[in-house]
Design a protein around this ligand. Structure first.
Ligand SMILES: [Zn+2]
Length: 505
Protein backbone atom coordinates (compact mmCIF):
# COMPACT_ATOMS: atom_id res chain seq x y z
CA UNK A 1 0.00 0.00 0.00
CA UNK A 2 2.60 2.47 0.90
CA UNK A 3 5.65 1.90 -1.08
CA UNK A 4 8.48 4.09 -2.09
CA UNK A 5 9.00 5.34 1.38
CA UNK A 6 11.32 2.46 1.86
CA UNK A 7 13.63 3.94 -0.68
CA UNK A 8 14.51 6.78 1.58
CA UNK A 9 15.26 5.35 4.92
CA UNK A 10 18.11 7.77 5.46
CA UNK A 11 15.71 10.65 5.56
CA UNK A 12 14.01 9.05 8.45
CA UNK A 13 16.72 9.62 10.95
CA UNK A 14 16.98 13.34 10.77
CA UNK A 15 13.61 14.65 11.59
CA UNK A 16 12.61 16.65 14.56
CA UNK A 17 10.17 15.01 16.80
CA UNK A 18 8.71 17.43 19.22
CA UNK A 19 6.62 14.78 20.84
CA UNK A 20 9.65 12.81 21.78
CA UNK A 21 11.66 15.19 23.92
CA UNK A 22 13.11 12.43 25.97
CA UNK A 23 14.84 10.62 23.20
CA UNK A 24 17.86 9.11 24.80
CA UNK A 25 21.29 9.19 23.35
CA UNK A 26 23.16 6.14 22.34
CA UNK A 27 23.07 3.33 24.75
CA UNK A 28 25.60 3.41 27.48
CA UNK A 29 28.63 1.22 26.99
CA UNK A 30 27.95 -2.25 28.05
CA UNK A 31 24.27 -1.71 28.27
CA UNK A 32 23.54 -4.19 25.57
CA UNK A 33 24.62 -7.01 27.76
CA UNK A 34 21.76 -9.36 28.17
CA UNK A 35 20.38 -8.80 31.58
CA UNK A 36 17.44 -11.08 31.55
CA UNK A 37 17.29 -12.88 34.81
CA UNK A 38 18.24 -16.39 34.06
CA UNK A 39 17.36 -18.13 37.25
CA UNK A 40 15.25 -21.10 36.43
CA UNK A 41 13.99 -21.25 39.96
CA UNK A 42 10.39 -20.24 39.44
CA UNK A 43 9.99 -22.63 36.57
CA UNK A 44 8.23 -25.32 38.46
CA UNK A 45 5.82 -23.03 40.13
CA UNK A 46 5.14 -21.26 36.91
CA UNK A 47 4.56 -24.48 35.14
CA UNK A 48 1.70 -25.17 37.41
CA UNK A 49 -0.02 -21.92 36.69
CA UNK A 50 -3.32 -22.58 35.08
CA UNK A 51 -3.51 -21.20 31.61
CA UNK A 52 -6.26 -20.92 29.16
CA UNK A 53 -4.33 -22.90 26.65
CA UNK A 54 -3.55 -25.88 28.78
CA UNK A 55 -5.43 -28.85 27.46
CA UNK A 56 -7.00 -31.22 29.87
CA UNK A 57 -5.28 -34.55 29.78
CA UNK A 58 -8.41 -36.34 28.88
CA UNK A 59 -9.84 -33.88 26.46
CA UNK A 60 -9.34 -33.61 22.80
CA UNK A 61 -6.06 -31.94 22.14
CA UNK A 62 -6.48 -28.40 21.06
CA UNK A 63 -3.35 -26.70 20.01
CA UNK A 64 -3.58 -22.98 20.11
CA UNK A 65 -2.08 -21.54 17.07
CA UNK A 66 1.42 -20.42 17.67
CA UNK A 67 2.03 -18.33 14.64
CA UNK A 68 1.85 -14.68 15.28
CA UNK A 69 0.55 -12.41 12.64
CA UNK A 70 -2.46 -13.30 10.70
CA UNK A 71 -2.60 -11.47 7.45
CA UNK A 72 -5.13 -11.10 4.71
CA UNK A 73 -3.88 -14.25 3.18
CA UNK A 74 -3.11 -16.63 5.96
CA UNK A 75 0.54 -17.44 5.69
CA UNK A 76 1.73 -20.96 6.03
CA UNK A 77 1.67 -22.28 9.49
CA UNK A 78 5.09 -22.81 10.85
CA UNK A 79 4.74 -25.99 12.70
CA UNK A 80 2.16 -28.60 12.28
CA UNK A 81 1.55 -29.50 8.68
CA UNK A 82 -1.68 -31.08 7.69
CA UNK A 83 -3.67 -32.86 9.09
CA UNK A 84 -4.04 -29.79 11.22
CA UNK A 85 -7.11 -27.81 10.61
CA UNK A 86 -7.37 -24.20 11.30
CA UNK A 87 -10.49 -22.47 12.25
CA UNK A 88 -11.48 -19.46 10.32
CA UNK A 89 -8.97 -16.73 10.71
CA UNK A 90 -10.73 -14.03 12.54
CA UNK A 91 -10.63 -11.57 9.78
CA UNK A 92 -8.21 -9.89 7.64
CA UNK A 93 -6.61 -8.24 10.58
CA UNK A 94 -5.77 -4.64 10.48
CA UNK A 95 -3.01 -4.14 8.07
CA UNK A 96 -1.89 -0.74 8.90
CA UNK A 97 0.48 0.94 6.74
CA UNK A 98 3.90 1.76 7.71
CA UNK A 99 4.28 5.16 9.17
CA UNK A 100 5.71 7.19 6.44
CA UNK A 101 9.34 7.78 6.54
CA UNK A 102 10.04 11.03 8.09
CA UNK A 103 11.51 12.65 5.02
CA UNK A 104 8.38 11.92 3.15
CA UNK A 105 6.24 13.12 5.96
CA UNK A 106 8.02 16.39 6.35
CA UNK A 107 7.80 17.13 2.69
CA UNK A 108 4.13 16.37 2.83
CA UNK A 109 3.16 18.14 5.97
CA UNK A 110 4.49 20.80 8.22
CA UNK A 111 2.90 18.94 11.03
CA UNK A 112 5.72 16.55 10.86
CA UNK A 113 4.64 13.25 12.00
CA UNK A 114 1.80 11.76 10.15
CA UNK A 115 1.59 8.55 11.88
CA UNK A 116 0.07 5.76 10.05
CA UNK A 117 1.19 3.26 12.45
CA UNK A 118 1.66 -0.31 12.35
CA UNK A 119 -0.83 -2.80 12.85
CA UNK A 120 -2.57 -5.03 15.06
CA UNK A 121 -2.08 -8.47 13.97
CA UNK A 122 -3.30 -10.94 16.34
CA UNK A 123 -2.58 -14.43 17.15
CA UNK A 124 -5.35 -16.41 15.79
CA UNK A 125 -6.25 -18.57 18.70
CA UNK A 126 -7.38 -21.14 16.32
CA UNK A 127 -7.80 -24.62 17.50
CA UNK A 128 -5.78 -27.11 15.58
CA UNK A 129 -6.39 -30.68 16.36
CA UNK A 130 -3.98 -33.48 16.09
CA UNK A 131 -5.03 -36.51 14.20
CA UNK A 132 -5.44 -38.59 17.30
CA UNK A 133 -7.55 -35.99 18.91
CA UNK A 134 -9.78 -35.90 15.91
CA UNK A 135 -10.05 -39.61 15.91
CA UNK A 136 -10.63 -40.03 19.56
CA UNK A 137 -11.63 -37.17 21.72
CA UNK A 138 -11.48 -38.28 25.29
CA UNK A 139 -8.43 -40.46 24.92
CA UNK A 140 -5.74 -39.77 27.42
CA UNK A 141 -3.10 -37.71 25.76
CA UNK A 142 -0.21 -39.90 24.77
CA UNK A 143 2.86 -39.21 26.76
CA UNK A 144 1.03 -37.37 29.47
CA UNK A 145 1.01 -40.27 31.80
CA UNK A 146 -2.69 -40.53 31.95
CA UNK A 147 -2.08 -43.95 33.37
CA UNK A 148 -0.28 -42.50 36.34
CA UNK A 149 -3.12 -40.11 36.90
CA UNK A 150 -5.45 -43.08 37.01
CA UNK A 151 -3.33 -44.84 39.55
CA UNK A 152 -1.98 -47.37 37.08
CA UNK A 153 1.66 -48.15 36.75
CA UNK A 154 3.35 -45.82 34.28
CA UNK A 155 4.43 -47.54 31.14
CA UNK A 156 8.08 -46.73 31.45
CA UNK A 157 9.11 -48.69 28.44
CA UNK A 158 6.81 -47.09 25.92
CA UNK A 159 8.16 -45.15 23.02
CA UNK A 160 6.22 -42.16 24.24
CA UNK A 161 7.83 -42.25 27.62
CA UNK A 162 11.31 -42.57 26.21
CA UNK A 163 10.75 -39.56 24.01
CA UNK A 164 9.10 -37.57 26.73
CA UNK A 165 11.94 -38.46 29.07
CA UNK A 166 14.45 -37.11 26.60
CA UNK A 167 12.44 -33.93 26.17
CA UNK A 168 12.25 -33.44 29.90
CA UNK A 169 16.01 -33.80 30.10
CA UNK A 170 16.36 -31.12 27.46
CA UNK A 171 14.05 -28.86 29.40
CA UNK A 172 15.88 -29.36 32.65
CA UNK A 173 19.21 -28.63 31.00
CA UNK A 174 17.89 -25.55 29.25
CA UNK A 175 16.48 -24.07 32.42
CA UNK A 176 19.71 -24.84 34.24
CA UNK A 177 21.81 -23.17 31.58
CA UNK A 178 23.45 -26.46 30.67
CA UNK A 179 24.01 -26.22 26.94
CA UNK A 180 25.82 -29.52 26.64
CA UNK A 181 23.00 -31.25 28.44
CA UNK A 182 20.41 -29.53 26.33
CA UNK A 183 21.88 -30.83 23.11
CA UNK A 184 23.11 -34.14 24.43
CA UNK A 185 20.50 -36.35 22.85
CA UNK A 186 20.42 -35.00 19.34
CA UNK A 187 21.45 -36.53 16.07
CA UNK A 188 23.78 -35.34 13.36
CA UNK A 189 23.09 -32.00 11.70
CA UNK A 190 20.96 -30.62 14.50
CA UNK A 191 23.66 -28.95 16.57
CA UNK A 192 23.42 -25.49 15.02
CA UNK A 193 19.70 -25.28 15.52
CA UNK A 194 19.91 -26.46 19.10
CA UNK A 195 22.74 -24.06 19.86
CA UNK A 196 20.84 -21.15 18.41
CA UNK A 197 17.66 -22.08 20.22
CA UNK A 198 19.50 -22.50 23.48
CA UNK A 199 21.22 -19.13 23.20
CA UNK A 200 18.06 -17.28 22.25
CA UNK A 201 15.90 -18.89 24.88
CA UNK A 202 18.43 -18.16 27.58
CA UNK A 203 18.77 -14.58 26.38
CA UNK A 204 14.99 -14.21 26.49
CA UNK A 205 15.04 -15.34 30.09
CA UNK A 206 13.10 -18.53 29.56
CA UNK A 207 11.44 -19.57 32.80
CA UNK A 208 9.27 -22.46 31.78
CA UNK A 209 9.93 -24.96 29.03
CA UNK A 210 7.48 -27.74 29.46
CA UNK A 211 7.14 -30.57 26.95
CA UNK A 212 4.05 -32.54 26.11
CA UNK A 213 3.55 -35.13 23.40
CA UNK A 214 0.62 -34.06 21.33
CA UNK A 215 -0.12 -37.43 19.85
CA UNK A 216 1.12 -40.97 19.83
CA UNK A 217 4.47 -41.56 18.14
CA UNK A 218 4.13 -43.23 14.77
CA UNK A 219 6.87 -45.28 13.24
CA UNK A 220 8.25 -44.26 9.87
CA UNK A 221 9.45 -46.63 7.20
CA UNK A 222 13.05 -45.90 8.15
CA UNK A 223 12.38 -47.04 11.69
CA UNK A 224 12.35 -43.61 13.30
CA UNK A 225 9.36 -42.39 15.26
CA UNK A 226 7.55 -39.15 14.53
CA UNK A 227 5.57 -37.21 17.06
CA UNK A 228 4.33 -33.67 17.50
CA UNK A 229 5.75 -32.03 20.57
CA UNK A 230 4.19 -29.12 22.32
CA UNK A 231 6.29 -26.81 24.41
CA UNK A 232 4.69 -24.40 26.82
CA UNK A 233 7.04 -21.60 27.67
CA UNK A 234 7.29 -18.11 29.01
CA UNK A 235 9.94 -15.44 29.14
CA UNK A 236 11.15 -13.15 31.89
CA UNK A 237 11.40 -13.59 35.61
CA UNK A 238 8.05 -14.15 37.23
CA UNK A 239 6.25 -14.79 33.96
CA UNK A 240 3.04 -16.71 34.35
CA UNK A 241 1.30 -16.75 30.99
CA UNK A 242 2.52 -19.69 28.98
CA UNK A 243 2.73 -19.70 25.21
CA UNK A 244 2.47 -22.94 23.30
CA UNK A 245 4.68 -23.99 20.46
CA UNK A 246 4.18 -27.19 18.52
CA UNK A 247 6.98 -28.76 16.56
CA UNK A 248 7.26 -31.86 14.47
CA UNK A 249 9.98 -34.16 15.67
CA UNK A 250 11.29 -37.59 14.84
CA UNK A 251 13.34 -39.89 16.99
CA UNK A 252 15.68 -42.82 16.90
CA UNK A 253 15.03 -45.28 19.69
CA UNK A 254 17.86 -47.52 20.83
CA UNK A 255 17.21 -49.46 23.99
CA UNK A 256 16.04 -46.95 26.54
CA UNK A 257 17.52 -44.02 24.73
CA UNK A 258 15.60 -41.66 22.48
CA UNK A 259 17.69 -39.46 20.22
CA UNK A 260 16.34 -36.58 18.18
CA UNK A 261 16.61 -37.42 14.48
CA UNK A 262 14.66 -34.42 13.16
CA UNK A 263 13.45 -31.30 14.85
CA UNK A 264 11.33 -28.78 13.06
CA UNK A 265 12.77 -25.34 12.63
CA UNK A 266 10.01 -22.84 13.35
CA UNK A 267 9.74 -19.19 12.47
CA UNK A 268 9.32 -17.84 15.97
CA UNK A 269 11.92 -15.12 16.33
CA UNK A 270 13.82 -16.81 19.12
CA UNK A 271 13.96 -20.00 17.11
CA UNK A 272 14.82 -18.50 13.76
CA UNK A 273 17.45 -16.00 14.90
CA UNK A 274 20.24 -15.95 17.44
CA UNK A 275 18.89 -13.25 19.70
CA UNK A 276 20.43 -10.92 22.20
CA UNK A 277 18.32 -8.96 24.62
CA UNK A 278 18.23 -5.88 26.73
CA UNK A 279 15.79 -5.84 29.57
CA UNK A 280 14.08 -2.88 31.13
CA UNK A 281 11.61 -2.58 33.95
CA UNK A 282 8.74 -3.95 31.92
CA UNK A 283 10.16 -4.98 28.61
CA UNK A 284 12.38 -7.55 27.02
CA UNK A 285 13.78 -6.22 23.78
CA UNK A 286 15.42 -8.72 21.49
CA UNK A 287 17.26 -8.63 18.22
CA UNK A 288 20.01 -10.43 16.44
CA UNK A 289 23.62 -9.24 16.56
CA UNK A 290 23.17 -6.82 13.69
CA UNK A 291 20.64 -4.88 15.76
CA UNK A 292 22.24 -5.25 19.15
CA UNK A 293 23.22 -1.61 19.26
CA UNK A 294 19.56 -0.58 19.05
CA UNK A 295 18.26 -2.66 21.89
CA UNK A 296 18.91 -0.32 24.75
CA UNK A 297 17.41 2.69 23.03
CA UNK A 298 14.26 0.73 22.39
CA UNK A 299 14.18 -0.46 26.01
CA UNK A 300 14.01 3.09 27.25
CA UNK A 301 11.14 3.99 24.96
CA UNK A 302 9.38 0.69 25.46
CA UNK A 303 9.39 1.02 29.23
CA UNK A 304 7.67 4.36 28.87
CA UNK A 305 5.24 2.89 26.36
CA UNK A 306 4.48 0.04 28.75
CA UNK A 307 3.60 2.47 31.51
CA UNK A 308 1.02 4.05 29.25
CA UNK A 309 -0.37 0.81 27.87
CA UNK A 310 -0.67 -0.66 31.36
CA UNK A 311 -3.36 1.84 32.16
CA UNK A 312 -5.57 0.28 29.50
CA UNK A 313 -5.18 -3.29 30.67
CA UNK A 314 -8.84 -3.26 31.47
CA UNK A 315 -9.62 -6.97 31.12
CA UNK A 316 -6.53 -8.92 32.00
CA UNK A 317 -3.63 -8.00 34.22
CA UNK A 318 -1.02 -5.99 32.36
CA UNK A 319 1.63 -8.25 30.90
CA UNK A 320 4.43 -9.07 33.26
CA UNK A 321 6.78 -8.37 30.39
CA UNK A 322 6.10 -6.72 27.08
CA UNK A 323 8.25 -8.38 24.48
CA UNK A 324 9.68 -6.49 21.54
CA UNK A 325 11.50 -8.10 18.64
CA UNK A 326 13.56 -5.86 16.40
CA UNK A 327 13.64 -7.38 12.94
CA UNK A 328 16.22 -6.88 10.25
CA UNK A 329 14.99 -6.92 6.67
CA UNK A 330 15.07 -10.66 6.18
CA UNK A 331 13.75 -11.32 9.66
CA UNK A 332 10.85 -9.00 8.98
CA UNK A 333 9.62 -11.26 6.24
CA UNK A 334 10.48 -14.57 7.85
CA UNK A 335 9.61 -14.32 11.53
CA UNK A 336 6.25 -15.87 12.18
CA UNK A 337 6.03 -16.62 8.49
CA UNK A 338 5.24 -13.04 7.96
CA UNK A 339 6.14 -12.74 4.31
CA UNK A 340 2.80 -11.28 3.39
CA UNK A 341 3.07 -8.25 5.51
CA UNK A 342 5.55 -6.56 3.25
CA UNK A 343 8.14 -3.94 3.89
CA UNK A 344 5.55 -1.19 3.88
CA UNK A 345 4.69 -1.73 7.48
CA UNK A 346 6.54 -0.83 10.58
CA UNK A 347 5.31 -3.08 13.26
CA UNK A 348 2.73 -5.55 14.32
CA UNK A 349 1.54 -7.17 17.46
CA UNK A 350 1.21 -10.84 18.14
CA UNK A 351 -0.38 -10.09 21.46
CA UNK A 352 1.40 -11.15 24.61
CA UNK A 353 3.94 -13.09 22.58
CA UNK A 354 5.43 -9.87 21.49
CA UNK A 355 5.46 -7.13 18.99
CA UNK A 356 7.78 -6.93 16.04
CA UNK A 357 9.20 -3.74 14.66
CA UNK A 358 11.48 -3.10 11.76
CA UNK A 359 15.05 -2.40 12.78
CA UNK A 360 15.18 0.78 10.72
CA UNK A 361 12.47 2.19 12.93
CA UNK A 362 14.46 1.71 16.09
CA UNK A 363 16.10 5.04 15.42
CA UNK A 364 13.00 6.96 14.48
CA UNK A 365 11.76 9.80 16.58
CA UNK A 366 8.30 8.41 16.82
CA UNK A 367 9.57 5.19 18.28
CA UNK A 368 7.67 5.63 21.50
CA UNK A 369 4.44 6.30 19.66
CA UNK A 370 4.94 3.19 17.59
CA UNK A 371 5.66 1.10 20.68
CA UNK A 372 2.72 2.52 22.60
CA UNK A 373 0.41 1.84 19.69
CA UNK A 374 1.52 -1.78 19.48
CA UNK A 375 1.43 -2.29 23.23
CA UNK A 376 -2.03 -0.78 23.06
CA UNK A 377 -3.01 -3.73 20.90
CA UNK A 378 -1.43 -6.13 23.36
CA UNK A 379 -3.51 -4.89 26.28
CA UNK A 380 -6.77 -4.30 24.49
CA UNK A 381 -7.01 -7.21 22.15
CA UNK A 382 -4.67 -9.76 23.58
CA UNK A 383 -5.08 -13.03 21.83
CA UNK A 384 -8.74 -12.44 21.28
CA UNK A 385 -9.75 -10.34 18.44
CA UNK A 386 -12.77 -9.20 16.66
CA UNK A 387 -13.71 -9.31 13.07
CA UNK A 388 -12.98 -7.06 10.13
CA UNK A 389 -15.89 -4.91 11.12
CA UNK A 390 -14.09 -4.15 14.36
CA UNK A 391 -11.09 -2.64 12.60
CA UNK A 392 -12.09 0.90 13.48
CA UNK A 393 -12.17 -0.02 17.14
CA UNK A 394 -8.98 -2.05 17.32
CA UNK A 395 -6.92 0.54 15.46
CA UNK A 396 -8.76 3.49 16.92
CA UNK A 397 -8.05 2.39 20.46
CA UNK A 398 -4.38 1.70 19.76
CA UNK A 399 -4.05 5.18 18.33
CA UNK A 400 -6.04 6.61 21.20
CA UNK A 401 -3.68 5.01 23.71
CA UNK A 402 -0.56 6.15 21.90
CA UNK A 403 -1.63 9.67 20.99
CA UNK A 404 -0.62 11.29 24.21
CA UNK A 405 -0.22 14.80 22.95
CA UNK A 406 -2.51 14.96 19.96
CA UNK A 407 0.28 14.72 17.43
CA UNK A 408 -1.23 11.70 15.73
CA UNK A 409 -4.61 13.36 15.53
CA UNK A 410 -3.21 16.57 14.14
CA UNK A 411 -1.18 14.67 11.61
CA UNK A 412 -4.20 12.83 10.32
CA UNK A 413 -6.74 15.58 10.21
CA UNK A 414 -5.86 16.92 6.76
CA UNK A 415 -6.45 13.52 5.21
CA UNK A 416 -9.61 13.01 7.23
CA UNK A 417 -10.98 16.31 5.95
CA UNK A 418 -10.16 15.44 2.36
CA UNK A 419 -11.73 12.02 2.74
CA UNK A 420 -14.89 13.47 4.21
CA UNK A 421 -15.13 16.02 1.42
CA UNK A 422 -14.80 13.31 -1.18
CA UNK A 423 -18.02 11.79 0.00
CA UNK A 424 -17.47 9.84 3.19
CA UNK A 425 -20.62 7.88 3.95
CA UNK A 426 -20.77 8.92 7.58
CA UNK A 427 -20.06 5.49 8.96
CA UNK A 428 -17.44 5.48 11.68
CA UNK A 429 -17.58 1.68 11.69
CA UNK A 430 -14.82 1.28 9.16
CA UNK A 431 -13.17 -1.94 8.15
CA UNK A 432 -9.53 -2.28 7.09
CA UNK A 433 -8.44 -0.09 4.21
CA UNK A 434 -8.88 -1.76 0.86
CA UNK A 435 -5.71 -3.12 -0.61
CA UNK A 436 -5.61 -0.48 -3.29
CA UNK A 437 -6.24 2.38 -0.88
CA UNK A 438 -4.06 5.43 -1.26
CA UNK A 439 -1.84 6.64 1.56
CA UNK A 440 -4.29 9.44 2.14
CA UNK A 441 -7.25 7.13 2.41
CA UNK A 442 -5.46 4.84 4.80
CA UNK A 443 -4.46 7.80 6.88
CA UNK A 444 -8.01 9.10 6.80
CA UNK A 445 -9.44 5.79 7.95
CA UNK A 446 -7.04 5.67 10.87
CA UNK A 447 -7.92 9.25 11.64
CA UNK A 448 -11.64 8.60 11.65
CA UNK A 449 -11.12 5.57 13.86
CA UNK A 450 -9.11 7.69 16.28
CA UNK A 451 -11.73 10.44 16.31
CA UNK A 452 -14.47 7.88 16.88
CA UNK A 453 -12.80 6.26 19.86
CA UNK A 454 -11.87 9.64 21.27
CA UNK A 455 -15.47 10.70 20.83
CA UNK A 456 -16.74 7.71 22.80
CA UNK A 457 -14.22 8.28 25.56
CA UNK A 458 -15.01 11.96 25.82
CA UNK A 459 -18.75 11.54 25.71
CA UNK A 460 -19.12 8.60 28.08
CA UNK A 461 -15.82 8.42 29.91
CA UNK A 462 -12.88 6.15 29.34
CA UNK A 463 -14.10 3.25 31.51
CA UNK A 464 -17.36 2.98 29.58
CA UNK A 465 -15.56 3.30 26.28
CA UNK A 466 -13.35 0.40 27.35
CA UNK A 467 -16.31 -1.68 28.48
CA UNK A 468 -17.98 -1.04 25.16
CA UNK A 469 -14.80 -2.01 23.32
CA UNK A 470 -14.58 -5.20 25.32
CA UNK A 471 -18.17 -6.13 24.58
CA UNK A 472 -17.86 -5.56 20.87
CA UNK A 473 -14.33 -6.68 20.08
CA UNK A 474 -13.62 -9.23 22.75
CA UNK A 475 -17.09 -10.68 23.21
CA UNK A 476 -18.53 -10.03 19.78
CA UNK A 477 -21.58 -8.29 21.14
CA UNK A 478 -23.40 -6.34 18.41
CA UNK A 479 -23.01 -2.58 18.57
CA UNK A 480 -26.75 -2.30 18.83
CA UNK A 481 -26.75 -4.27 22.09
CA UNK A 482 -23.53 -2.99 23.59
CA UNK A 483 -24.41 0.65 23.08
CA UNK A 484 -27.56 0.77 25.22
CA UNK A 485 -26.06 -1.39 27.93
CA UNK A 486 -22.81 0.55 28.21
CA UNK A 487 -23.76 4.03 27.09
CA UNK A 488 -27.47 4.10 27.82
CA UNK A 489 -28.08 5.27 24.27
CA UNK A 490 -28.93 3.48 21.09
CA UNK A 491 -26.15 2.98 18.59
CA UNK A 492 -27.52 5.17 15.79
CA UNK A 493 -27.57 8.16 18.10
CA UNK A 494 -24.08 7.45 19.38
CA UNK A 495 -22.76 7.02 15.88
CA UNK A 496 -24.46 10.19 14.73
CA UNK A 497 -22.81 12.18 17.48
CA UNK A 498 -19.38 10.84 16.61
CA UNK A 499 -20.01 11.25 12.91
CA UNK A 500 -20.63 14.90 13.58
CA UNK A 501 -17.28 15.13 15.33
CA UNK A 502 -15.57 13.67 12.29
CA UNK A 503 -17.32 16.10 9.99
CA UNK A 504 -16.44 19.02 12.22
CA UNK A 505 -12.85 17.99 12.76
ZN1 LIG B 1 -2.34 -0.95 14.98
Amino acid sequence: MIHGDDSEPAAGAAAPGSHEPTAPGPAAPGSQEPTVPAEPGPALAVTEEPTATEPAATAAVVIPQQRGPEMYVPPPFSAPPSPYQYGAPAYPPPVPPKPRRRGLVISASVLGTVIVIALAVFIASIGARGPNALAGAGHPLAGRSGAAANGEAPKGDSISDKILGALQQQSKALLAGDQAGYSAGIGAGLQDGFNRRFGSLRAMGVQTWKPTLVDKPEQNTDGTWSVLVRWDYCFGQGCTVLFPQVVQTSWTIAGDKATVAKYEQTSEPWDASALQTSVGRRVIVAGSAANASKLQRVVTKADAAADVADRYAHWDPAPKWYIVYIAGASEWTSWWDNGDIGASYDGYSTGPRGIVMQSADATQQWLQVLLTHEFGHVVTVGEDYGTAKDWWMTEGIADYISDRDGTTMRGRLPDVRKFVKKGWNGKITMGPPPENASDEEIDARYGIALIAISCLAKKYGEPKMLDFFGDVVRKNVPLESASPSRFGADWPSVEAACEAQVRNS
